[in-house]
Design a protein around this ligand. Structure first.
Ligand code: ZN
Ligand code: ZN
Length: 61
């Protein structure tokens, strides 16, 4: 983990455990794991299956 990522996590107010739990969950909108989403919350799809949902599902619950 580089310093930039670490500072982002710190700013988000989420701990590592919360982040891991969060990204392991599937997105309710497109059904992919949230780790597939880019930093803007847009789904980038999985492997050779692009997801065109345009999902903006990164909502801190
Ligand atoms: Zn998706
Ligand atoms: Zn999604």
């Amino acid at each position: 983990m580089n310093g930039n990522t670490e500072s982002k996590i710190h700013q988000s107010g989420l701990g590592t455990k919360e982040l891991i739990t969060y990204f392991r969950e599937k997105c309710k909108i497109c059904g992919h794991h949230r780790i597939m989403h880019d930093e803007k919350g847009i789904c980038e799809g999985v492997m050779n299956k692009p997801c065109n949902s345009g999902c903006e599902g990164f909502v801190v619950e």
